[in-house]
Design a binder for this molecule. Structure first.
Ligand SMILES: Cc1cc2nc3c(=O)[nH]c(=O)nc-3n(C[C@H](O)[C@H](O)[C@H](O)COP(=O)(O)OP(=O)(O)OC[C@H]3O[C@@H](n4cnc5c(N)ncnc54)[C@H](O)[C@@H]3O)c2cc1C
Ligand SMILES: NC(=O)C1=CN([C@@H]2O[C@H](COP(=O)(O)OP(=O)(O)OC[C@H]3O[C@@H](n4cnc5c(N)ncnc54)[C@H](O)[C@@H]3O)[C@@H](O)[C@H]2O)C=CC1
Length: 500
């Protein structure tokens, strides 16, 4: 197709990234321009396909994500040409892309969908693992299978999933906040969820005696393999279901939460022993463990003064967009979160270069009830809409913002509860100018509506509340609900009757 030194292959449209954003973008372009070849360049050997797509309501959507060989995509869309090689450089003024295998490609319009990678604390420390793609999830599972205790740092989606799923291994969960799950929940919702975490801990606590580590013994153990530099796509829904997330112990779940703290330092075993011997200020005893009984491969020192020994650390502390190969020599505007800034047409600050999914930072003036979160729903919506914008620009047509950006809407599962979050579900950016309405039945459902000037601007629905469509409509139509007062959440009143 294109050889080093040979003529560069040309295509009207090129997309970089075989994750949900890139594949959706390429598919949409392939449908809009059936007689054009679409280049899809990706560093990963497999691509992500959205299957069983279901529009649950106006803005809520559910789908499965499948990892597939790229040949399946090419079979479905014969005009998509998958180029399996990482992009190492972009020369946007020449409209050229250079891949790791020494080839070059010329495009007219390009969409960058290279995703993101875990933003690790103490990056480079071999005992700190991140979870992003199939390889890193498997590395995590392999290490967990030999572990008795791990420390999970972070309080977002990944940490919430992990602390609930891990069995047979003690989990020390270190969070900066005063409640769990700060990216999705406020303290009230966290309070509702906590019993689920501790209940299962009580059900099956057949605790075993901890085997004693010796320095020699621990050296024999396989060391954790931290996330490699390989750039796979982010995992899909229920990614942990196929994995056996089990440590070496016989008990079911055992989670200890350390709130309002961060990791101050990480000490390897030898260094820890040395510090204990020589430093006057270093704590003489490891907290939580009988001194000298156990030696752990690594020790985590928290800012609250506590120290926990463990087998390894999971850093579930957010992501950083994969922008590096594209920045050099190109004048991209980059957001505070490190993403490529895109306008309301998914266009970056560089001519003919668009971006979608985790790599981008939405820099347009959003609807008052939409915000960006790096989620696969948004990756799909952005990839699809970016392709529409590329098509419209090519054909000289105008295009309106897609409806999916009107309202932030996400449906997921935490602690085995269905969770729906809508609009400014945590009163993000509203300051004190809002009121909360709550309804909670322990162990069953938690309903929170965020109200501003008598109008609903956000909601959290945990459990089978069946309220998502009604609330979605109420947020979208911004009806004045002051007259309904507390009845809005009264379970004996069918509020749908009011508004239908
Ligand atoms: C463990 C985990 C659980 C998650 N759970 C949920 C969830 O429950 N719900 C939800 O909505 N979201 C969830 N997410 C987030 C969601 O997976 C991502 O937001 C989404 O998949 C991002 O898609 P993307 O296409 O932008 O990026 P990615 O999936 O990261 O894809 C990027 C692609 O670009 C390729 N690439 C990277 N660099 C280059 C390069 N230089 N050259 C060529 N190709 C390159 C990669 O190989 C990959 O194919 C989860 C994420 C993780 C890690
Ligand atoms: N069910 C879902 O919807 C899920 C979504 N995801 C998505 O996948 C991506 C990655 O997930 P996460 O890594 O959980 O990111 P996240 O952005 O959801 O959460 C990061 C967490 O780390 C904390 N943090 C950041 N820096 C820290 C530090 N130095 N020390 C301690 N804590 C720190 C933050 O306060 C936050 O709680 C996110 O975009 C997330 O939205 C992940 C899993 C499940």
């Amino acid at each position: 197709m294109a050889g080093a030194g040979g003529a560069a292959a040309r295509s009207r449209f090129a997309v970089v990234g075989g994750g949900i954003a890139g594949v959706t973008c390429a598919e949409k372009l392939a449908t809009e321009f059936p007689s054009e070849d679409i280049f899809l360049m990706t560093a990963s050997p497999v691509i992500k396909a959205v299957t069983n797509f279901k529009q649950v309501s106006k803005t809520l959507e559910e789908f499965d994500v499948e990892e597939q060989p790229s040949s399946i995509l090419e079979k479905r869309y014969p005009n998509i040409k998958v180029i399996q090689s990482g992009v190492k450089q972009l020369k946007s003024d020449e409209h050229k892309i250079f891949t790791e295998d020494g080839k070059e490609y010329v495009y007219e319009k390009l969409c960058l969908c290279a995703g993101a990678k875990p933003k690790l604390i103490f990056e480079g420390n071999p005992y700190v693992l991140g979870i992003r793609d199939t390889d890193s999830a498997q590395a995590f599972q392999k290490n967990l299978a030999q572990a008795e205790r791990i420390v999970v740092v972070g309080n977002g989606g990944i940490a919430l999933e992990l602390v609930y799923e891990i069995q047979g291994c003690e989990v020390i969960w270190a969070i900066k906040d005063k409640a769990i799950g700060n990216t999705f929940f406020d303290a009230g919702a966290a309070e509702f969820l906590i019993p689920k975490l501790t209940a299962e801990e009580r059900e099956t606590p057949i605790e075993c005696k901890r085997t004693k580590y010796t320095v020699e013994g621990s050296q024999e153990k396989e060391r954790p393999t931290a996330t490699s530099d390989k750039l796979g796509s982010a995992l899909g829904p229920d990614w942990h279901e196929g994995l056996h997330l089990k440590g070496t112990k016989e008990f079911s779940h055992k989670v200890h939460i350390e709130m309002l703290c961060e990791v101050k330092n990480i000490h390897l075993q030898q260094e820890f022993i040395q510090l204990q011997r020589t430093s006057l200020t270093f704590p003489k005893e490891e907290k939580n463990v009988e001194p000298d009984q156990v030696l752990w491969p690594v020790y985590v020192e928290l800012t609250n003064g506590k120290i926990y020994g463990c087998d390894f650390i999971v850093s579930a502390t957010g992501v950083v967009p994969n922008v590096k190969p594209f920045l050099d020599g190109n004048n991209f505007a980059v957001g505070e979160d490190g993403g490529l800034k895109v306008d309301e047409h998914m266009h970056t600050s560089v001519p003919d270069v668009y971006a979608a999914g985790d790599i981008c930072t939405a820099a347009w003036e959003p609807s008052p009830v939409w915000h960006q979160m790096r989620l696969w729903t948004q990756a799909r919506q952005m990839g699809w809409y970016a392709a529409k914008c590329m098509a419209a620009d090519t054909l000289g047509e105008s295009i309106d913002m897609d409806f999916s950006f009107e309202l932030f809407a996400h449906v997921t599962k935490f602690f085995n509860y269905k969770v729906v979050v809508l609009g400014k579900y945590n009163a993000q950016g509203l300051g004190s100018d809002h009121e909360l309405m709550l309804r909670c039945t322990k162990g069953q459902e938690y309903v929170k509506a965020v109200m501003q000037n008598g109008r609903m601007v956000g909601a959290v629905l945990i459990g089978e509340t069946d309220l998502e469509e009604t609330f979605e409509n109420l947020i979208l139509n911004q009806m004045d609900l002051s007259a309904y007062g507390e009845d809005l959440l009264n379970p004996d009143i069918d509020i749908e009757d009011y508004f239908d």
